[in-house]
Ligand binder design. Structure first.
Ligand code: DC
Length: 211
């Protein structure tokens, strides 16, 4: 049996990354940011001059992609040819193209395999879009973190980012393979009126009561 896996899903700018990182710290679990993995494939495809809508070219690229997925302490990292990727992953062109890359079933299959590997040896808090529905469908710890569209847009703007989160959510929810959706057995946490601390406390308390 694998160690516990905490699934944190939700739309863009819902605060789920910040919340997931703090929950992981509180529990002493490893934090895995799966969005960074989809972003890394997107960044690399763009670097290679590949059109993210050219599914055949992206699939071909996957055969030799020099990305690796590791950890720095208790936080997941993504590397390209051994160099940790960071700012590259939030470039505007990555924001604009990541949904197209994430809709390709072969990309998802590759990354889901890597995501599950993290949990074979250690407990994880994993955040993304399909963690409770696809990556760990059997975990009893599923949280869908969300907020109103206005609040999410304001949070994004406060970060100095201007990507179209509504458009990205629409694409992520409409795709055929592993769309953004609330797992039937997930607890929905609306963070519109809550502070980060309140959200973390709510989820950590629930986990500790049940673990
Ligand atoms: O969490 P994020 O905004 O960094 O994610 C970037 C994109 O990656 C998001 O628009 C959809 C995709 N994604 C996904 O399809 N599945 C995941 N588990 C995580 C992210």
């Amino acid at each position: 049996m694998n160690p516990p896996a905490i699934a944190i899903d939700g739309p863009a700018a819902s605060g789920k990354s910040t919340v997931a990182k703090l929950i992981a710290r509180e529990l002493g679990y490893t934090f895995i940011n799966t969005g960074a993995m989809y972003r890394a494939v997107t960044w690399y495809a763009l670097q290679q001059g590949i059109n993210p809508s050219d599914t055949a070219a992206v699939k071909e690229l996957l055969k030799s992609i020099p990305l690796s997925f590791g950890k720095n302490g208790s936080v997941s990292t993504v590397m390209c040819n051994g160099k940790v990727l960071d700012e590259e992953l939030t470039l505007a062109e990555v924001n604009d193209n990541v949904s197209a890359i994430a809709a390709i079933p072969e990309v998802r299959a590759l990354l889901v395999t890597k995501q599950r590997e993290y949990n074979t040896t250690e407990p994880v808090v994993m955040e993304g879009r399909d963690i409770g529905t696809v990556v760990f469908p059997d975990t009893p710890f599923k949280y869908f973190v969300t907020a109103s569209e206005e609040v999410r847009a304001a949070r994004r703007a406060a970060q100095g980012l201007t990507d179209s989160i509504a458009e990205r959510d629409r694409k992520d929810s409409a795709r055929a393979c592993a769309p953004l959706t609330v797992a039937a057995d997930a607890t929905v946490v609306d963070t519109s009126e809550l502070t980060i601390e309140q959200v973390v406390e709510k989820i950590v308390t629930d986990i500790k009561n049940r673990i």
